[in-house]
Design a protein around this ligand. Structure first.
Ligand code: DAK
Length: 260
């Protein structure tokens, strides 16, 4: 499928999606949000894709936020509709059955940071700057940011970031638990690919189930979450890959997985 504001490359089981509107620092307008939802559906339907890396085009930004020039004249109703488009896109991304990695190569502000937070694993270059400046524009994060941020860094830190609008550097974001690692700019993509390749070696159904359990379980009480895990553990023993993985271990040979 062709996209106006996204570039998509698929190689070796890894899709790399680049949000590419460098003239607006990759800001998310409605068209781009709809394309994010569409690319998530397209990649999910493509059996050749088993991991996604999301990054920003140009030298300066991952994504500098929702598109302020589009939002400036919104009515309340248009604001709600815009938020719904963003929520739908980010939920589609979050629900992908394979790992998603944000390679934060520059500014990740507002809606851009919300986009990264909808990914499973967040890595950034040393020059990245992150923050939620919405309150300085007299709005709030509108694509799930207040909730996903809070689940990652806790209520107090989330309040500090959302209420001050402070822009923080990558080192501080890592200290807060927002990022896994901070890399020199020229090593960021290679690092993200290496992480994806390590995951690709594992059983695809196990990877999908591990992701789903952590996502869904985090919003349940411990008893209900553990019950989900028990059920999924049983399901794994109905897969060919489980037999292959354990037989390969016992035969001291590498496993070869089929994803079923
Ligand atoms: N939207 C539109 N255009 C943007 C943009 C953005 N978010 N960020 C940058 N640009 C544009 C600039 O206007 C400029 O365009 P021209 O003037 O060249 O036409 C071009 O990108 C280059 O930007 P600068 O010239 O400003 O570049 P600098 O290096 O000087 O500064 C910067 C980089 C990232 C510090 C600066 O551009 C900046 O502060 N950008 C805005 C960052 C920001 O405030 N982001 C948060 C946006 S608010 C909701 C749904 C969603 C949201 C809220 C509510 N509901 C519906 C309820 C989410 C809100 C946001 O994300």
């Amino acid at each position: 499928m062709g996209y106006e504001n996204l570039k998509v490359e698929i190689a070796g089981g890894i899709a790399t999606v680049t949000v590419d509107r460098p003239k607006a620092l990759n800001a998310l307008n409605s068209q781009t949000l709809r394309e994010v939802a569409a690319v998530a559906a397209e990649l999910e339907a493509n059996p050749a894709v088993r991991a996604l890396i999301l990054t920003g085009g140009g030298e300066k930004a991952f994504v500098a936020g929702a598109d302020i020039s589009e939002m400036a004249g919104f009515t309340s109703e248009q604001g709600r509709a815009f938020s719904a488009v963003g929520h739908k896109a980010f939920a589609a991304l979050e629900a992908l059955p394979f790992p998603t990695i944000a390679a934060i190569n520059g500014f990740a502000l507002g809606g851009g940071l919300e986009l990264a937070l909808a990914c499973d694993l967040l890595y950034a270059s040393e020059k990245a700057k992150l923050g939620f400046p919405e309150a300085s524009l007299a709005v709030i994060p509108g694509f799930g940011g207040t909730q996903r941020l809070t689940r990652l860094v806790g209520k107090q830190r989330a309040k500090e970031l959302v209420l001050t609008g402070d822009r923080i550097d990558a080192a501080k974001a890592r200290e807060y638990g927002l990022l896994l690692e901070v890399l020199p700019a020229d090593q960021l993509m290679a690092h993200c690919r290496a992480v994806a390749e390590r995951i690709l070696k594992n059983g695809p159904v196990a990877v999908a189930q591990g992701k789903r359990l952590i996502e869904q379980g985090a919003d349940l009480d411990l008893g209900a979450a553990n019950a989900l895990e028990q059920q999924a553990f049983g399901v794994m023993f109905g897969t060919r890959d489980q037999k292959e993985g354990m037989e390969a271990f016992l035969a001291k040979r590498p496993a070869s997985y089929e994803g079923r």
